[in-house]
Design a binder for this molecule. Structure first.
Ligand code: GZL
Ligand code: ZN
Length: 307
């Protein structure tokens, strides 16, 4: 579709279509699906040619994809690093090839911040703190121990590391809060269900589940109901993301609180990419705008949610 600009022999850099290589994590969750849709739609709207790859949550596949974009001499590379570590080599190759890199969604722990132009994504520590604060407020009048189980995101990923540390920072203020079990469910519904089944078998008294995304929380709900307990009542549930299925469970009373993580970063990404390709300086860090939802708020906003 659109006008065929190859016919336009202007030749000026202004009218050459920007080619972006995007190395996506995978298709592991409802959040990821919404994120991919936002990126693909925004590229079209921005007139940017998008080369897109799905790494099935494997770092070596993302590295392969980035290397292929370097070979193809794309104008800009963007990706969401599945884990924080192990990126310096391939990012140095992109730098040597003079291809700017934009980080979206997840962070890398590279010390050399010249390896990427900007990092556009949520503050996951903040998200963890919001989850912890809700719990502190819920139990402010009780002295009894609160037994918490935690379904962590993908091992080594920024959201898993940072949501865990933000949450634990806040609840550590009161020793009644006890994280009695904590394990990765790799951000998927199936693994969230499996791990929750194991938690239920080995822990007779679980008061709260903190799941690092809706999908693991929804899998855990199946496990909780399978064990004859009532999610949202016998076991309070907090999740992150606020995707449609999570918000539906929140409205239905099976989840108690959701910390939003906004996946709709496509428009900002395309805007940043144009600036970076044009050689303009961009902020090193762009933090995503997002909020939290109670059961009442979920009922109100569900009809107007985009994902
Ligand atoms: C967070 C994102 C996480 C989501 C999960 O920004 O990286 O990955 O919370 C997704 O749903 O799998
Ligand atoms: Zn980190």
């Amino acid at each position: 579709g659109g006008s065929d600009d190859t016919a336009n022999s202007g030749g000026g850099s202004g009218d050459k279509k920007i080619v972006m290589g995007f190395a996506q994590v995978g298709a592991e969750s409802g959040w990821r699906t919404a994120n991919t849709k936002s990126i693909q739609e925004s590229a079209k709207e921005a007139g940017i040619t998008l080369k897109f790859s799905d790494a099935q949550q494997k770092q070596e596949n993302q590295i392969k994809a980035i290397r292929s974009y370097i070979q193809q001499k794309v104008d800009v590379i963007a990706f969401s690093p599945v884990v924080e570590s192990g990126w310096d080599t391939v990012l140095q190759e992109a730098k040597a090839a003079k291809i700017p890199v934009v980080l979206t969604d997840r962070a890398v722990d590279s010390k050399d911040t010249s390896l990427y132009r900007t990092f556009l994504g949520s503050d996951f520590v903040e998200e963890g703190k919001k989850a912890g604060q809700w719990l502190v407020d819920q139990y402010k009048d009780s002295k009894d121990p609160v037994n918490i189980v935690q379904l962590e995101g993908t091992t080594g990923s920024a959201p898993a590391n940072d949501r865990k540390s933000g949450f634990e920072q806040v609840i550590s203020a009161d020793p009644k809060f006890k994280v009695i079990a904590s394990q990765s469910g790799n951000f998927t519904r199936a693994e969230g269900k499996q791990v929750m089944e194991a938690f239920l078998k080995s822990n007779p008294k679980i008061d709260v589940l903190w799941a690092h995304n809706d999908d693991m929380g929804l899998g855990a709900i199946e496990a909780i109901e399978g064990a004859g307990k009532v999610p949202g009542k016998d076991i309070k549930i907090i999740t992150a993301d606020a995707t449609h299925d999570g918000m539906q469970a929140l409205a239905d009373g099976k989840i108690n609180f959701i910390v939003e993580c906004n996946p709709l970063m496509g428009p900002q990404l395309m805007d940043l990419a144009k600036k970076v390709v044009a050689g303009e300086t961009v902020p090193q860090r762009v933090v995503t705008d997002e909020t939290t939802f109670t059961q009442e708020q979920a009922k109100e906003v569900l009809p107007s949610r985009k994902y």
